[in-house]
Design a protein around this ligand. Structure first.
Ligand code: HEC
Length: 125
């Protein structure tokens, strides 16, 4: 009787564990759906006017200088552009479960500016 009960408990734990794992995997995928809901940005987006303030306010603290986190220095136009072209930057700022900055995902309006900057061709100014 007791063994039977333990067995069922185990099955239950494996089942819920699997469900939670699958759920975590799906939320881990990049979701920019909240951005698509926003009205499109009509003005041209540039690094100096629009992107630099976002990086300065949210990323530079950890991503600059010789001890930059993950070896990722975002203190120049070329480096930010490189990270955006490579894809990691966009992936991480839109990653709901593992976002950059780590303190919490940025508002969709802010992430939309980065997307538009890329669409506009990484203009510097
Ligand atoms: C509080 C510190 C902190 C802030 C602020 C921060 N990051 Fe990070 N970032 C890290 C750490 C630590 C890692 C390495 C661990 C990881 O990947 O989660 C990392 C990793 C990354 C990576 C992955 C690099 C790689 O090669 O795998 C990217 C891209 C990134 N950050 C971009 C950003 C951007 C863009 C911002 C601002 C919007 C930002 N981070 C803000 C600490 C920070």
């Amino acid at each position: 009787m007791t063994t039977h009960h333990t067995y069922r408990k185990l099955i239950f734990l494996i089942f819920t564990g699997t469900v939670l794992l699958l759920y975590n995997c799906t939320t881990n995928t990049i979701d920019e759906g909240d951005i698509t809901d926003l009205p499109p940005i009509e003005e041209t987006v540039t690094y100096d006017d629009d992107v630099l303030p976002i990086i300065t306010n949210n990323c530079i603290f950890c991503h600059s200088g010789p001890n930059a986190n993950a070896g990722l220095d975002l203190s120049t136009y070329a480096n930010v552009r490189g990270a955006a072209e490579q894809g990691n930057l966009v992936n991480r700022i839109n990653n709901g479960s593992n976002p950059m900055p780590p303190t919490g995902i940025l508002p969709p309006e802010t992430r939309q500016i980065i997307d538009q900057w890329i669409v506009d061709g990484y203009l510097e100014n």
